[in-house]
Ligand binder design. Structure first.
Ligand code: COD
Ligand code: ATP
Length: 203
């Protein structure tokens, strides 16, 4: 029996921290953020649509996407964000499913789909269980500002582009609280591996 886990949370809640730990245990991770970068490389359809929609100002001198500039546009304008999501999300979903199926075909029984917008994009049908990484609002804001070297205003805009973490809590199958030191987070992951009988070893 396979187990597909949807790993989610808010921005800077600690999804990568959890997925990195699980990866070290030999569990395959399908990373939506990574795929979202791949599908907007210059030779991809999504790239062309983004440039048509947002103009040359979102392209750098080496023809790659100017992520900072595009981020400034879409995190300040819900309609622009909706347009970008409509271009990028279908391609991301398709590649996530392909990647997950490849791991299953190789004989892995547990695959983790790391999807920041699992709730917002209603992607429950892709997973068997939802694992939420939780932090309180203050911690989320300070970690986001520190990691991205961003202002409070910019960080809040990004947080507010997502469903509040407190609402996500109610719909998750399990929650990892990442407010404390990393050691405490790792302990909770170990407990979850045991509770959900997660099969770590490669086939
Ligand atoms: C706007 C973009 C260019 C900004 O790039 P940047 O390098 O600054 O951020 P990065 O991609 O690393 O995303 C960081 C985090 O922002 C949040 N985020 C990204 N896109 C969105 C979005 N459309 N809505 C809400 N939150 C988002 C996620 O929590 C993500 O983990 C980029 O985020 C993007 O292309 N977003 C659209 C695709 C998308 O929704 N990706 C998220 C998962 S599929
Ligand atoms: N328990 C912790 N204690 C201190 N710092 C932490 C802890 N967990 C994560 N961090 C830091 O907080 C930041 C956000 O963590 P991480 O990148 O894992 O979040 P994320 O949910 O994957 O973010 P994103 O949504 O942007 O992809 C990082 O700089 C990370 O090093």
């Amino acid at each position: 029996m396979s187990l597909i886990i949807g790993l989610t949370g808010g921005i800077a809640s600690g999804k990568s921290t959890v997925s990195t730990y699980l990866k070290q245990k030999g569990i395959p991770i399908v990373d939506a953020d990574k795929i979202a970068r791949e599908v907007v490389e210059p030779d991809e359809d999504a790239y062309k649509k983004i440039v048509e929609t947002f103009g040359e100002e979102v392209v750098t001198s080496d023809e790659t996407l100017h992520r900072k500039r595009l981020g400034e546009i879409v995190f300040n304008d819900p309609l622009a964000r909706e347009k970008l999501n409509k271009i990028v999300h279908p391609a991301v979903r398709q590649r996530m499913v392909e990647e997950k199926n490849r791991w299953l075909n190789e004989g892995y029984q547990t695959v983790v789909l790391d999807i920041p917008l699992l709730f917002e994009s209603d992607l429950f049908h892709l997973v068997d269980k939802v694992l939420l990484v939780y932090v309180d609002e203050e911690t989320q804001l300070s970690r986001l500002m520190a990691r991205d070297q961003s202002t409070k205003e910019a960080a809040l805009k990004r947080i507010q582009a997502q469903m509040p973490l407190k609402e996500k809590v109610e719909r998750a199958d399990a929650i990892i609280s990442n407010n404390d030191v990393l050691e405490k987070t790792y302990e909770q992951i170990e407990q979850l591996i045991s509770d959900w009988k997660i099969c770590a070893p490669s086939p």
